[in-house]
Design a protein around this ligand. Sequence first.
Ligand code: GRG
Length: 326
Amino acid sequence: MAVDSLIPSASDAFTADVSQRLDEIERRLVQAAEADTAFATSAAQHIISAGGKRFRPLLVVVAALMGNADPEDVTKAALVVELTHVASLYHDDVMDDAELRRAVPSANAKWGNSVAILIGDLLFARASSVVASLGTEYVALQAKTFARLVQGQLAETTGPGDADPLEHYLQVVADKTGSLIATSAVFGGMVAGLEPSQLDALAAFGEEIGVVFQLSDDIIDITSQTSGKTPGTDLRAGVPTLPTLLALRSTDPAHARLRELLRSDLSHADLTEVLELLRAHPAMDAAKAEVRRRADSARGYLAALPDGESRRGLEALCESMISRSE
Ligand code: GRG
């Protein structure tokens, strides 16, 4: 995905610099997936070559431009986060029995679960080799992040139990999505030699914007008319989202029909009625307000960071997260 669509206000020079670094990261990602047989290489390169937004490498690069970083360290830090992300996608698709990933057949659909799990492991091993070359502080943060990804996935699998479903969901999103996005921003700051307090600000910013990223997708699942996404994909799959969890919280008898529909199996249902009821429900405005509140909070953390194009770019990113869900 082009840098200017994620950070719309960046200058041409900044965009060109970031794009050039992302091109190098792209080349190295494909190289990092080379393995001992032609089959393993093609299976490991499959989801990398299918594209993706490269949001995590972008955050590494933009945060690194806040200080003085060795370009090779920036590339390595970006490789670590994207390889970890892609490894988790291989495993996630096995767990969900997903047919498609990044608009191509998933690895499990093409080669079966065993191959997909092992290729995920291989890519995680590649991420581990690269992170080891950056140093033990990087390894420690990578390990902590890996544990959060796994625990988030586990919590999602086991469900909320007696816990509040919305609180549980927000914790799953923070662990599954926020943690690696936070680490991407922190790795960028670390290679740039930023101060500990600035790294804390990048961590808080990254975690919040990562959660916002997911919650705005949740809203788009209900509202999308023109974005190219089929509305109600999560609804049909029975995946909890911010608007549905907020709607299920209400006890207003006027919305009883919506709650009944949301509790039913929608996998083969006509979604017209549920989408119409949900779009008119106060939960939509509450969800949008929550995205706005969190995006504002993410932007607030940036105040502790050096002023310049990177910071302004990240501020604009917060704005674009709000506008994409409104
Ligand atoms: C082997 C590292 C590893 C982890 C195992 C399976 C698992 C534990 C964790 C699952 C983590 C997971 C799949 C989180 C979802 C994160 C997410 C928001 C994915 C979509 O990210 P985008 O939108 O996708 O950035 P692209 O394709 O653009 O990169």
